[in-house]
Design a protein around this ligand. Structure first.
Ligand SMILES: NC(=O)c1ccc[n+]([C@@H]2O[C@H](COP(=O)([O-])OP(=O)(O)OC[C@H]3O[C@@H](n4cnc5c(N)ncnc54)[C@H](O)[C@@H]3O)[C@@H](O)[C@H]2O)c1
Ligand SMILES: O=P(O)(O)OC[C@@H](O)[C@@H](O)[C@H](O)[C@H](O)CO
Length: 380
């Protein structure tokens, strides 16, 4: 019998990882996106290729998919959700609220005796599926019993590729960890994904190593004029900042989760090797994208700095990373423009509220005010 999955967001990770895993696990995939050109290109192509680069390089061909435009034809996406066994997304955490009503309508349209659908958000954020679930239930609380919602941690570096093409270039490494609990023993078999009892160590290790290290390389690399992440890592000044930031997050993760030093160091070393992959055409502009999201209270800089401060451990390199992020000026990135406007047009107190969501009296407040004032001075 045909198994189907709907994946929202046919972008880099959607095509290069989640769509590929679903395809290789025997699902017919419906990609739902709002980019009409991409939807048309996917439907016209009928197949696309995922090119892995690195030591284990190989090419995968994905077929048995179709794409729908959920902006122009929402009903197509709703109908696909109503029939699907699995619903995933990789749209960006800020977009979850926009796809949630479509998912809610699709779940509402499922027949009462259909097995529960599995819903999993694959975004770079802690417990993104919980956020999606809240938005879905805000749209229609009655669908709660029609789906199993499971948090996940996804890891595969996938640079942006030629906007006109549908093929993707990906690194040969990948990890998809999914929390087991919500499935009550009925987790679907997904080749290339693994189930874990407690997702927190996996998502935090990933976010505060891969994404904190990546963002540090991007923001310092961008200031140094580096055009690729691999060249940023080869720049001694950038490399020193990446090493320093990862020493801090490593200390936190080891203290918090009890990873052995050797095991964690191996994870860090492999992460650096992944950043250094010369065949991966990745840039500080992609990695630094949406700096205001990345400076959020629970994201890759402030959350670990906050937890280190609570433990009275060092977080100086994280603060330096924050100051580099505040100086990320990139014409192609609307959030970088907005950040500039906020920094130049608002008081430091207002920046703390609008960018970091940190109130007066909170840990880090005074230090962040100083960093913001210094950035304001530099930018005017
Ligand atoms: N690229 C990576 O290396 C990588 C790795 C792990 C996780 N992620 C995470 O995956 C998510 C997507 O990242 P990406 O690199 O694939 O970005 P991307 O920009 O390539 O893809 C996002 C896609 O979502 C689509 N989209 C936007 N609004 C939508 C809507 N309302 N409905 C349906 N589709 C919509 C966009 O048109 C785009 O095609 C982010 O949360 C990112 O942090 C990315
Ligand atoms: O996707 P973002 O914007 O949260 O972060 C940029 C990169 O660090 C990220 O996409 C990584 O490539 C990815 O998280 C690796 O698994």
């Amino acid at each position: 019998m045909t198994k189907t999955a709907v994946h929202f967001g046919a972008g880099n990770i959607g095509r290069g990882f989640i769509g590929l895993v679903l395809h290789e696990s025997g699902y017919d995939v419906v990609f739902s996106d709002v980019n009409a050109e991409l939807v048309d290109a996917l439907n016209t192509a009928g197949t696309y290729e995922v090119h892995e680069v690195g030591a284990e390089a190989k090419t995968h061909v994905v077929d048995r998919y179709r794409a729908v435009n959920s902006a122009a034809n929402e009903a197509d996406a709703v109908a696909a959700v109503a029939e699907a066994e699995i619903i995933t997304c990789a749209v960006g955490v800020g977009i979850l609220k926009f796809i949630a009503p479509v998912i809610a309508k699709g779940l509402a349209a499922r027949s009462a005796d259909a097995p529960k659908a599995v819903v999993m958000a694959c975004e770079n954020a802690i417990n993104a599926t919980d956020q999606l679930r809240e938005h879905v239930l805000e749209a229609d609380a009655s669908v709660a019993a029609k789906a199993v919602f499971a948090n996940t941690a996804v890891d595969r570096i996938i640079p942006a590729v030629d906007a006109k093409g549908v093929d993707v270039v990906v690194e040969d490494f990948s990890e998809w960890a999914i929390e087991r609990g919500p499935f009550a023993g009925r987790e679907p078999e997904l080749s290339g994904a693994h189930y874990v009892d407690d997702l927190s160590p996996y998502i935090e290790r990933k976010l505060f190593t891969v994404n904190t290290g990546h963002a540090t390389a991007a923001y310092w690399g961008h200031l140094e004029g580096e055009r690729s992440i691999a060249s940023a890592l080869a720049n001694p000044k950038v490399r020193a900042e990446v090493d320093a930031v990862l020493a801090e997050t490593s200390a936190l993760l080891i203290a918090k989760y009890g990873f052995s030093r050797e095991e964690h160091q191996a994870y860090v070393d492999r992460t650096i090797q992944r950043f250094e992959n010369p065949e991966l055409p990745d840039t500080p502009v992609r990695i630094g994208r949406q700096p205001m999201r990345k400076l959020g209270r629970h994201d890759r800089f402030v959350q670990p700095a906050y937890e280190l401060a609570e433990r009275e451990m060092s977080y100086d390199a994280l603060l330096r990373g924050i100051s580099a992020a505040l100086r990320f000026r990139e014409d192609s990135d609307p959030q970088s423009q907005e950040l500039f406007k906020v920094l130049t047009g608002c008081t430091a107190e207002s920046v703390l509220d609008r960018v970091f969501s940190i109130d007066q009296g909170d840990l880090l407040y005074d230090e962040l005010v100083k960093i913001v004032l210094a950035a304001k001075k530099d930018l005017v």
